[in-house]
Design a protein around this ligand. Sequence first.
Ligand code: NAI
Length: 338
Amino acid sequence: QPSNLQMEGNSSLRRADCRAKGGAPGFKVAILGAAGGIGQPLSMLMKMNPLVSVLHLYDVVNSPGVTADVSHMDTGAVVRGFLGQPQLENALTGMDLVIIPAGVPRKPGMTRDDLFNINAGIVRTLCEGISKCCPNAIVNLISNPVNSTVPIAAEVFKKAGTYDPKRLLGVTMLDVVRANTFVAEVLGLDPREVDVPVVGGHSGVTILPLLSQVKPPCSLTAEETEYLTNRIQNGGTEVVEAKAGAGSATLSMAYAAVKFADACLRGLRGDAGVVECAFVASQVTELPFFASKVRIGRNGAEEVYQLGPLNEYERAGMEKAKKELAASIQKGVSFIRK
Ligand code: NAI
């Protein structure tokens, strides 16, 4: 099987593929962009996830090495590697969940929108493959600018006649992970006990932490609220600047991506009460896409929750967020429709 880059030595001595074909319990997951800064730790962490039975690692470079490396981990998932566009279809066929961290990351001084020109085309190509080979898969889209790439993916799927809004989720989990961490620091709590809803989108002022809804309930001063909102909105830039040209968040992003993918797999399995924030098709505001809490089930984002009561500070932030979001969404839609 030429597309299986994991094959080493005498393949007749290996029964792993028979095990995978025999319907070992678990889900089939593909990572597109698996050799990248996010892709590599994400591949490792997904190989450790007990809900995964088959893991397909696709990239346009270096996926053989990552595949060989990850495939030696003695966990359940069978790993297969796929290199370059001609192998995209094999990488996608039969997948239940597709995670996309493909594309260029920011350098200091860049906004996420500066990535649009390169990443929009990458996301289009990958989503065309999904439409063709696994139109029912749940898609977790990480590639930036998420505020535009999710609308791009939706347009590609609409064109192909495969669009199911419930199955397309933009990953904003890193904003939630950061918010939980920073709020816990201020409150002197364990971050694992803190839950901060972050709504809107995934870029600058569109990242809107609802600090009035933090669990456990707490009261933050105006100064703390201002500090936390700024830090959560600029968490990505904090990492970009610290890495000084070597890229953006990769390790915390891989952690967040796995936390989110695991929620999707638990939803697919039929677990009740799986609720996470994600950037999805939405009727919560007048915008066609918006990040808020969603309940994830067998069909993906089965229910999109309302925002709940906002305080004055959050309502003001909301207006700024919606303005920028509307433009980013439109830019994504036009990229495909033009
Ligand atoms: P990276 O440059 O280290 O890795 C990207 C990978 O994508 C590379 O291995 C590259 O070969 C691959 N790639 C490029 N074109 C491809 C194609 N057509 N098909 C498949 N793979 C392709 O970048 P990194 O740091 O892993 O970031 C990836 C993306 O994730 C960036 O767009 C970044 O902005 C975004 N990101 C999103 C976050 C979020 O919260 N949603 C957080 C951090 C980054």
